[in-house]
Design a protein around this ligand. Sequence first.
Ligand code: FMN
Length: 216
Amino acid sequence: MDMTGQEEYPAKIGIIICSTRTPRVCPQITQFVLDTIQSTKHQDTTIPTPDIIDLAEWNLPLFNESSIPSQIKDPSQYDHDHTRAWSAEITRYHAFIFVVPQYNWGYPAVIKNAIDYLYHEWSGKPAFVVSYGGHGGGKCNRQLREVFRGVRMEVIERNVELAFPGRGVLERAAKGEDIGLANGSGSGGKLGFWEDERRGIVDAYRELLQVLSGRV
Ligand SMILES: Cc1cc2nc3c(=O)[nH]c(=O)nc-3n(C[C@H](O)[C@H](O)[C@H](O)COP(=O)(O)O)c2cc1C
């Protein structure tokens, strides 16, 4: 039960920060996605708040397991402690949101590496992508959804592409500077440049919860 006496939604959702650069804008954009989801709570207080999974904190080495993860039957068969820890983390969640920048028309290597470590831990779980870039990162978004199919994730068809509104914002993002996404604090937040995209984030999240309903 939550403080209002309503049943809490039992599903656990992970939101993955898929840039590990220093500096980086990804945490700001992840917070914007979280704030957008939170803003729907006045309509439905049972909507779960995703937990942040920051790949920079995980700092996984380049894939170094001796077996193919799809053939692993039990996490004890992994060679390395870091793989067992990553496996336990991903097992905790029922679904995922990936917040990811487009790098050179694709996704950053760090997220492919993090996915490749595991297989059964991802399989069957719904996920959607929030990509960003000069034109919204559509190429990265499509390529990552293809990889999801490879590990048998359930791909939410709605995807979200956030396009930086101009060169100035792209340059601030690249330097990890504040691009003004915090609620009401600037051009990207309340009534700002991604106001229309908030609807898409909420719709994708609702679709993800819909897929989960009845399962969890
Ligand atoms: C290696 C690299 C490649 C990039 N390639 C693209 C690209 O293909 N398309 C695009 O719109 N922006 C591209 N950018 C600009 C990024 O959108 C921008 O730097 C953004 O801040 C990256 O996200 P991050 O700060 O969270 O890492 C690229 C940036 C980097 C560092």
